[in-house]
Design a protein around this ligand. Sequence first.
Ligand code: WTA
Length: 648
Amino acid sequence: MSYPFQVRSMEQYEKAYKASVDEPEAFWASVAENFKWRKKWNKVLEWNFTEPKIEWFKGGKLNITENCIDRHLETLGDKPAFIWEPNSPDDRVRVVTYNRLHKRVCQFAQVLKNNGVKKGDRVCIYMGMIPELAYAVLGCARIGAIHSVIFGGFSAQSIADRLDDAKAEYIVTCDGAFRGGKDIPLKSVIDDALIGNKTVKRVIVYTRTRTPVSMIKGRDVWWEDEMEYAETQVEKDGIVSFSAEEMDAEDPLFILYTSGSTGKPKGVVHTCAGYMIWTTYTFVNVFQYKPGDIHFCTADIGWITGHSYIVYGPLSAGATSVMFEGIPTWPDAGRFWDIVDKHKVDILYTAPTAIRSLMGFGLEPLKGKDLSSLKILGTVGEPINEEAWHWYDENVGKKKCPIVDTWWQTETGGTLISNLAGVTPAIPSWASLPLPGVQPLLVDENGKEVLPTPSENGKLIASGNLCIKFPWPGILRTTWGDHERCRQNYFAAYPNLYFTGDGALKDEKGNYRITGRVDDVLNVSGHRIGTAEVENAINMHAGVVESAVVGYPHDIKGQGIYAYVVFGPKHGDEDLTRKDILQTVSRVIGPIAKPDKVQFVPGLPKTRSGKIMRRILRKIAEGEISNLGDTTTLLDPAVVEEIKKGKI
Ligand code: WTA
């Protein structure tokens, strides 16, 4: 596999960037030619950000799985697509070659068909990090069903809400999942999510943990039985085939739910061609992938990073990926380094939160681990602090591996701003330059472009809200079932701009440093959590009158969740009530949204019009008690004193 669109020098980057801005259609057409199309597109790009309407390669016909699998079979059939590393280092590694992947995906596509799934149907996938999860995702894509993967840390209630929003009729799950020392009973969570549900017709259950599960007659079927039956249908005389559904470039590929600043999570929709091209283009360029490299992205496929850089991007590039079932700290904090050593990993892509947590264990877990195979390191999901960056550089990369700091979002499909490994300069804690095709700009509250002004050290720096003014192929197209919500969320803040929700700095050379969310969204261990969602969950707890949730700096998680709770009746043991509240949040959203701190307060600081002054609560949570700014507009300034006294 060769990548004619791989940018290999600063000059090539500059040339590609300029071409992508001057002649975007010609630029992307030349990239798109490197993919397998059943029929060529009629028009490269049609767009406006007011509706918004964004269409890439309209009229083109393709199937993404033919690009991710079939087109590699002749040359890479016996090469590993995935090297699967189990949770326990004592379990057996599984190597899935492209041939094997083809067979399994065809089989599973047949299973879906046998169970009544058709093009356009929504299939919810709730599984652990096992190869079958990739088969399920790709099986859906092969028959044109829209997958919606839900991370294993979400609760039954969250799943029920997503099933309802997507009107999903099919579920693929496991009996359970292994994560570190824990077995997570996935099927029983699904069972809870399905109480009262009338739309789900079929649940396909893979056996991973051998946890006893209830199987409802007529609804639940075993993965293994279905696969065995399908095998005879897709394989004749040693030849495996299941003809892939012909999809329009703009047909939806998947829905992935993500939190915003208001209300319930929204279903971000990505489409077949644009997403495929964007994930492949960014994978090959950011990581400077060379055929044969072993790529290890530590994310979970339940998040966008896993979708784009474990499944679609690497497979479409014919790459070999390590897929890891477990967690970095079990059975000990040397797990990542063992995996790098064992599988001779070339590219390691992880989250700053994982780096910070491993830093806490010191250098002991790195001893005796051969990390010399590593060539490139990457981070994603949150701003990386300089200390973590240098630790990663010195102790993992031994100062010889470029680190790519990739900034992007569920909505962007793949990386938008990042250095290209070894090609464009890395600057600690700066995401640096936009990729070709990406046209960022910083605006003030009124949408006016912010221009650089001299900063303390004399350098010209601009600071503002990060927007993008031109579409790239991987941009979200809509939010499932509610296009107006998509417009409101991303395209309404500033006319003709996509607003990211992040704040950023820009230096005179055009490098960007992401400073964090400017809306009410928290980034906890790289997971996006809306404060409104957590508040809604807390408020469901009996006795809670109201609550306000803010973020505060957390050494390992990046941000922690701080909840101020007004509790009605007198509660007995405060600590028990606190635990009860955490339990409620766990039930309603999932364990990932549990606040780190819960402070009971007599009231919340509000303006006379009843608006909660989050700015003040944020400052108190951050420990900036003496400098709260103007509190004179508060309805009851005394409440602030009480809150200050009770700070945890
Ligand atoms: C944050 C994850 C700083 C940012 C791919 C964004 C980052 C949110 C970086 C999206 C980075 C992601 N530096 N911040 N390199 N990468 N973010 O949708 O706030 O889970 O808006 O996508 O993570 O989170 P999401």
